[in-house]
Design a protein around this ligand. Sequence first.
Ligand code: AHG
Ligand code: MN
Ligand code: MN
Ligand code: MN
Length: 331
Amino acid sequence: AQSPSLDRDCTTLSRYVLQELHSFSAEAQDLSALMNRIALAGKLISRRLSRAGIVEDVLGFTGETNVQGESVKKMDVYANDVFISVFKQSGLVCRLASEEMDKPYYIPENCPIGRYTLLLDPIDGSSNIDTNLSVGSIFSIRQQEGDDVDQTATDLLQNGHKQIAAGYILYGASTMLVFTLGNGVHSFTLDPSLGEFILAEENMQIPESGSVYSLNEGNFWQWEEPIREYVRYVHRQEGYSARYGGALVADFHRIIQQGGVFLYPGTVNKPEGKLRLLYETVPLAFLIEQAGGKASTGRERLMDVVPEKLHARSPLVIGSPKNVELVESFY
Ligand code: AHG
Ligand code: MN
Ligand code: MN
Ligand code: MN
């Protein structure tokens, strides 16, 4: 029999995706190849981040402002370029829609209709880069519908059930790839000595409830009243822990692992909140539901929300079912 460590080292991403899809069909092969390209992007970004401060163009700002009105970090641009370049010759993806790009990037030579669209937050939590704290990349895969000749990508303005896959790469103490193809949530850890993502956890399930609540209390004075009521309630309870790291992916990973709830609520001035639907909240909603959790705007199931525009935002309440239901009970 093979040694357990050898078998472990051989449970690579490509083998696992084909196993999970229980098929070697063309579509399964495409998804396996696509996940491998995501992994390559993750390796390139992880390597670059690990050299922050000793190579040029990792820390700091480009001086530009993106479509979100945010100051662009050099790593935002680098990561966005990495995803474009790993998918250029892939034959797999027709379009990349990213938080960092006003319009999608088209790869016409890859484009029989029905090919995939990659939706991206190339670096999430970019304010953490210059302080060596965790950051992430968030991705979501949808099937292109129609020929999009006017390049407005309006077929992307559909609810989260249209996602074929979603996940994130967490650049933390270890680099992890966590994703779902609609058949459970699985985590892979990068073994840099192999240059492979190795299966770490299958079918992650979030605890029914948890003691962590995660939100930026500096915004308390701006929140809509139901959220202020919820936080006042939590402040009176024993047993809660506040954890907030400033990177959605890292805060989400803590919640999916340990239970609890992450919130990025709307405010009186910006009821839709800060986080982007297509690139942040809806991919994570897919994951959390696959792990037995819930994701809501506070008022409705996030997976049902239809974005009006590519850069639409939504409030986010996500985590253990019991914790999310408690927040919703204040609305
Ligand atoms: P991004 O770096 O992709 O723009 O995302 C930042 C987001 C998210 O990662 C995090 O949860 C949130 O911004 C933090 O916002 P505040 O600093 O307002 O709490
Ligand atoms: Mn940003
Ligand atoms: Mn983000
Ligand atoms: Mn980002």
